[in-house]
Design a binder for this molecule. Structure first.
Ligand code: ADP
Ligand code: MG
Length: 600
């Protein structure tokens, strides 16, 4: 069955729910909708972006309190009086205000790494909670009462059964927007965050901006949920915006399945119902002293996480009678569209890359010392040397990942010392990694399309509204073409993680080619490849060279290097010890000494 029909069935059931269910169950569904909206933000932030936040409840509070304060304070200062006249106005103000707070908090905390980010979110989660309780004018612990209901088209949504439709309509729109966003150029950039900063930046992704954007979106979803909550309840107090609730939201995201839009809804639903049932039934069974429901709830969560670490949604989709055909979004790769425009390629023999006296020291250790190197269009240069010789270090200096202590790197006639790697990528340098950096759960096609990031322009808004259809098909068609070019045309829709290591390496080359580079940097491209795969790879690299590509590769496999490359540079202890044609290098005494300790 197509997933579209299932969704239509679901929406139909939703529409009729308030007509047939008793009021308290409608109220429960309202809560599920409100929670799911917040959890949806966490799907983006935690599931897709890899950032853990305990502070979402505080953003819900910002949305709720902004609206509560403005719509109830009779004595608003004159310049603000207009704001309190309609909840719709206070919604806009709440979104803008929360967005600003999120921008500031994001700018301060998103650069933190490891455990510091979650700790940071706990810190502001707690601070805002106390602010709600202590700020004069917000009513202290007892909060603000008598909020007006939301009115829509002249209809007052003063009952749970009525506001139900608004809550769920907003949630479904937010889910659609999130879904669109994730299946777009910007979405791939966001998903690339999980492949690590170095990988994403080398594909041209501004990782800090990507993080800030999803942080902002998740905060806005939370603020809207807070606004809805405030005007559904018609009163607010600080309790639902504290750290406890922040933790609950995170649990919902984890239990639902943190990587998927529907997981947000499932997680919110399962946890809300579970909590409700425990509160209803446990006291009847074991008595009401001791708050057993909290303990049992905690145990159940631990059990769930242990049993289904990926969340419930992936488990469910395996059982649903859904067709396994690639999604419509991805089938755009097979549409006939004009190809993306290409940069003017350099002429064969043009100087592409030059290292001048590049030195890099780490404290006392000199990893690269006065390294010189030139590379021209239509040439393959191999960088070889024993482990620890400084090859990867040089690689990093050349690609903008690291900055030389002294000396210059010149690419396409420009000095690029200190230029961020995403800028270098824009200039036409593209790379693969010694340890493959792919997104294993994402299709081969989408992985490769990340490489074309800089060749598209549509932003967050166009992606969310899905108005970038033509550009999106051109990007996917380009990824398709590159996969065909490297011989992986049969694996477009396979998950990248299910491919053999050799194929994953080739996939990285396709991703690099997607950027339309003039220079390819390959870090040990033949490692882990079988003989046949190596031959195919060599064939591909020869073809690229003939087309005028400049290729620099770090490699251990001498058989592979000797038959393929034009020149070899040999490093030892951070210095160049030899350079020349493969045949000359093979018999160079200094090289033999370095590699074999003079045994030959
Ligand atoms: P290769 O890639 O040729 O095996 P590397 O460039 O990785 O060698 O390393 C060269 C030397 O520099 C090694 O001694 C390594 O320990 C050192 N080194 C590399 N990166 C760092 C770093 N970030 N900090 C300190 N030492 C480093
Ligand atoms: Mg290395």
């Amino acid at each position: 069955m197509k997933s579209r029909y299932l969704i239509m069935l679901f929406i139909g059931a939703l529409m009729s729910a308030p007509l047939i269910l008793p009021t308290f169950q409608v109220t429960l569904l309202n809560y599920i909708g409100l929670y799911a909206l917040v959890v949806l933000g966490l799907v983006l932030l935690t599931g897709v972006g890899g950032m853990t936040s305990f502070g979402q409840a505080a953003f819900v509070g910002l949305g709720a309190y902004t609206s509560a304060y403005l719509t109830t304070s009779a004595q608003l200062p004159a310049w603000l009086a207009w704001a309190g006249t309609s909840p719709w106005l206070t919604l806009v103000i709440g979104i803008v205000f929360t967005g600003l707070v999120a921008l500031i908090l994001g700018a301060l905390t998103l650069k933190l790494s490891g455990h510091y980010l979650p700790l940071g979110t706990i810190a502001w989660g707690i601070s805002l909670y106390y602010l709600f309780g202590n700020l004069e004018g917000l009513g202290g612990q007892s909060g603000i009462t008598d909020l007006p209901p939301i009115t829509l088209l002249g209809l007052s949504l003063d009952k749970g059964e009525k506001v139900f439709y608004l809550i769920w309509a907003i949630l479904l729109v937010a889910m659609l927007i999130t879904h669109n966003l994730l299946n777009s150029r910007e979405g791939r950039a966001i998903r690339a965050l999980k492949g690590g900063q170095v990988m994403a930046e080398s594909m041209g992704v501004d990782t800090f901006r990507a993080k800030l954007v999803i942080f902002l979106i998740s905060a806005v979803f939370a603020a809207i949920s807070g606004w809805l909550y405030a005007h559904t309840q018609r009163f607010v107090n600080p309790t639902p915006f504290g750290l406890n609730m922040g933790i609950d939201y995170l649990f919902m995201a984890l239990i639902g399945g943190v990587g998927s839009v529907w997981g947000a809804l499932l997680g919110a639903g399962v946890l809300t119902l579970l909590k409700q049932w425990l509160q209803d039934w446990l006291p009847a069974l074991v008595g009401s002293e001791g708050n057993y429901e909290t303990i049992v709830f905690g145990l159940l969560i631990v059990l769930l996480m242990q049993r289904v670490p990926g969340g419930l949604w992936p488990l469910l989709t395996k059982r649903l009678p859904l067709s396994s055909k690639p999604s419509r979004a991805l089938l755009k790769a097979e549409v006939e569209v004009p190809p993306l425009s290409r940069r003017t390629p350099p002429k064969k023999g043009d100087l592409i890359l030059e290292a001048r006296q590049v030195t890099r020291s780490f404290g006392g250790l000199v990893a690269n010392q006065n390294m010189n190197l030139t590379l021209r269009a239509g040439e393959i240069l191999a960088l070889i040397g024993p482990n620890g010789a400084g090859k990867s270090t040089l690689f990093n200096q050349l690609s903008g990942v690291d900055i030389p202590t002294s000396g210059d790197v010149v690419f396409m006639g420009e000095r690029i010392n200190g230029v961020p790697s995403r800028q270098v990528a824009r200039m036409g340098m593209s790379r693969t990694f010694q340890h493959v950096k792919l997104l294993p759960g994402m299709s081969a096609l989408e992985n490769v399309a990340i490489g074309a990031h800089l060749r598209g322009h549509s932003g967050i808004l166009a992606s969310s509204l899905h108005t970038e259809r033509t550009e999106e098909s051109r990007l996917l068609a380009e990824a398709h073409r590159q996969l065909e070019r490297v011989g992986l045309g049969d694996y477009l829709y396979e998950e990248a993680g299910s491919l053999a290591l050799g194929q994953q390496r080739i996939l990285e080359i396709a991703r690099a080619l997607c950027a339309d580079p003039v220079l390819l940097l390959l870090d040990e491209p033949a490692a882990g490849l079988r003989l046949k795969e190596k031959q195919a790879l060599a064939e591909l690299l020869r073809k690229l060279r003939n087309e005028g590509m400049a290729i620099l590769l770090v490699e251990h496999d001498m058989d592979f290097v000797m038959g393929l490359v034009d020149r070899i540079t040999v490093m030892e202890f951070g210095q160049k010890i030899a350079e020349g044609l493969p045949e000359a290098i093979q018999s160079n005494p200094a090289v033999l000494q370095a590699y074999l300790g003079g045994a030959e």
